[in-house]
Write a protein that binds this ligand. Sequence first.
Ligand code: DC
Length: 225
Amino acid sequence: MTERELVITIDGPAGAGKSIVARRLAERLGYRLIDTGAMYRALAWSVSEAGLPPEDTPALRRHLAAVGVTLDGERVIVNGDDVTAKIRSREISDLTSRLTALGMVRDKVTPIQRALASRGGVVLEGRDTGTVVCPAADVKFYLDASIDERARRRQLELEGTGVAVAFDDLRAEIRARDVQDTTRALAPLRTPAGALEIDTSDLSVEQVLGRMLEAVERRRCCTRS
Ligand code: DC
């Protein structure tokens, strides 16, 4: 019989290494990658374009009701336009962080993510994929790393785009983002029940990937009949 394709979730804070391993895991398994943060970022971009403040207002509600956000492979699409290249700025990061604290924003995006995941064969990556979006996922991971290592990775990433930021500033930014993400009332960042926790501070991407593939294989052995 054909094996059922799995739903795999990867949660964790910024800089834990989720994006790279999520992409590589999806490639290795031939699965679809669902970058949930990119969807929130795209929504934030549309809110910024519309000139709306990140507050629970009737105008934001109307905007959310009308806007369409989806993924096309790794491209993120808003109302038919590819906005992938426009969503990684620090301004959009800040706006996204504020908007994702709003129930109406999460209520807009979560069902789209569930629909994308519904047929399995997916790797979801984000902050609430194993806790809220797909709590019944087949394999759940929670990735973390030390603050210093996460700041170092962020610094390298920014340097790659020609932006120089002081290490201590990045460290403070990451700490502030953690507080925001873990203390918000809705879908706070948490280790999902039953998740395999991986501290990536001293591990290479290949080592993290190796652990993940082992966990996926263990799960496949259990579900094979
Ligand atoms: O992973 P990222 O940096 O692209 O996420 C952007 C923002 O969206 C960040 O503030 C966390 C938030 N987010 C969220 O609230 N829930 C998710 N599932 C994914 C991201």
